[in-house]
Write a protein that binds this ligand. Structure first.
Ligand code: GLU
Length: 506
């Protein structure tokens, strides 16, 4: 079997976005699964729209998501290929087609063509270039070229083929009638070949075996196949991936959705979770598995399980996947990742977030590290996005004696508690804690046994005591468990917070 070689072909005309990331990922997974190679090809022929900053953003984004094209598995092909540096190569092929009368110069002006386009629109017909210059007199063409008149180069659609059929690895057999095409533009001039032309030359030169790309390119495929045939090149296997849609089934757009990968990362999504989520945007395994490591994805990925229908971008699912990834982490890993997140340039410089981590004290100090780790352990499993963590930790760092919150939150219908009943509950809890032996080990486990026993003795309900206690300790309706809070604050701080609660309720 021939070697598997795919390409990552982004155009650096915008930030690295979800759609490109999904395409790159599927190429990566496919190539890795088959022990193939991936070539990084920057499709920067559109000089007016291509920008260095976008190129850098795309390359770094691919690395951040762990889909690097280079290093160990790609040996000779780990450099970035720039189409803009290959103009000379395209020129030779353009000259060949022109010399063989397979392509021609067209002098129809954009204004002329617009009139025809509008006419077609009114008649509800598809616009086709009317071949005005297809068989023009050679001397006239040369005169116009010599005079420097503006032109483009069009490919002469063969008249002896009526349709193009190819087997798409996702969509099966696809047939396009040539009447649906026209003499398409392949270059602005000899030095500026356009997309449909460049990719064919490149895919051939780079021995690309599989072209895996978005469905929006399917209409380009017959044009490219015609050119592959024209030059006698091997035709790669095509696989067109389903469109990514908004929840309302419209095409994922920059306007309706944040689409840049960096935006998601600085919103606190983990690269692993994003990869996991992107993999499921148009593909799944036959079982129910939803959480995958990159290794698992590589092992399980296949083009025949890529869906044909559009893939809905569901942000709630991304949050769920992210939370699952966070749950899987141990506390050391979580600590490291949260700190990396707070210290990452994008987050630090973002106007949206205001994470002042001096709140946690000097993080070279062992005691501060230990306390932060304990606090993180209490919020970890509830965290959907790393961006929530800072706020959720605040409660551990506020001054115990002046904790501010509304006493309305002492009201809980099910626990039968309110601001009025809270005083009794808090006095009861304080009494237990104050009367502890000096050698009592102040752990959640020990406290749980003790509280359950004392509450039972006094014939209260657990929630009647533990809910107001949790409010007093955290100043919040939603927080980690009461006994975990007692443990992290320790005896003294707990008592100060309970007293504060009693004062506020009285
Ligand atoms: N440069 C194209 C894009 O960014 C990719 C074209 C292709 O895969 O053939 O959409």
């Amino acid at each position: 079997m021939n070697e598997i070689i795919v390409r990552y072909p982004p155009s650096p005309t915008g930030l690295f976005h979800i759609g490109t990331a999904r395409t790159v990922l599927y190429n990566f997974l496919f190539a890795k699964n088959k022990q193939g190679k991936a070539i990084m090809r920057m499709e920067d022929t559109d000089k007016t729209r291509s920008e260095k900053q976008y190129e850098e953003n795309i390359l770094s984004g691919i690395q951040k998501l762990g889909m690097a094209w280079g290093v160990d598995w790609l040996s000779s092909t780990d450099e970035v290929v720039y189409q803009s540096e290959r103009a000379g190569v395209y020129k030779k092929y353009l000259e060949k087609l022109l010399a063989e009368d397979k392509a021609y110069y067209c002098f129809s002006t954009p204004e002329e063509l617009n009139i025809l386009r509008e006419k077609a629109q009114k008649e509800k017909k598809a616009f086709r270039y009317p071949e005005t210059w297809r068989n023009a007199d050679k001397t006239l063409v040369q005169e116009k070229l010599d005079a420097g008149e503006k032109s483009v180069i069009r490919y002469k659609l063969p008249k002896d083929i009526s349709e193009i059929t190819f087997t798409d690895a996702v969509r099966g057999e696809v047939t396009i009638k040539l009447t649906e095409l026209d003499d398409f533009v392949i270059a602005k001039n000899l030095d500026t070949a356009l997309y449909n032309f460049c990719v064919v030359i490149d895919d051939n030169d780079m021995k690309i075996s599989h072209v895996i790309r978005g469905e929006d390119h399917i209409s380009n495929t017959p044009k490219q196949i015609l050119l592959f045939k024209e030059f006698g090149f091997n035709i790669p296997t095509f696989a067109h991936l389903p469109l990514i849609l908004n929840a309302d089934k419209s095409k994922l757009s920059k306007r309706k959705n944040k689409v840049s990968v960096d935006d998601y990362l600085s919103d606190g999504f983990l690269p692993e979770a994003l990869v996991n989520f992107l993999a499921l945007l148009g593909w799944n395994t036959s079982d129910e598995q939803e959480i995958f490591t990159m290794e698992e994805l590589i092992e399980k990925f296949s083009l025949d399980r890529v869906h044909k229908g559009g893939a809905i971008f569901d942000i709630e699912k991304l949050k769920w996947i992210n939370q699952e990834w966070i749950k899987k982490m141990d506390i050391s890993e979580f600590y490291t990742r949260v700190l990396e997140y707070w210290n990452s340039e994008d987050v630090k410089n973002s106007e949206k977030y205001n994470f002042d981590i001096s709140l946690f004290g000097d993080l070279n100090n062992e005691k501060n590290i230990l306390f932060l780790r304990e606090a993180l352990a209490l919020v970890k499993d509830r965290t959907k996005q790393l961006s929530e963590v800072f706020e959720n930790l605040a409660l551990f760092y506020t001054d115990d004696a002046s904790l501010e919150y509304s006493t309305d939150i002492y009201f809980h219908k099910k626990m039968k508690t309110s601001r009025e009943t809270a005083v009794e509950s808090l006095e009861f809890a304080k009494n237990i804690i104050e009367n502890l032996d000096d050698n009592f080990e102040f752990t959640a486990e020990n406290l749980k046994n003790l509280f359950i026993e004392k509450i039972k003795e006094a014939e209260f309900k657990n929630g009647y005591i533990l809910y107001p206690l949790r409010v007093a300790l955290s100043g919040s309706e939603f927080s980690p468990g009461t006994l975990e809070l007692l443990e992290i604050f320790g005896k003294e701080r707990s008592i100060v917070r309970i007293n504060r609660g009693i004062d506020l309720c009285k």
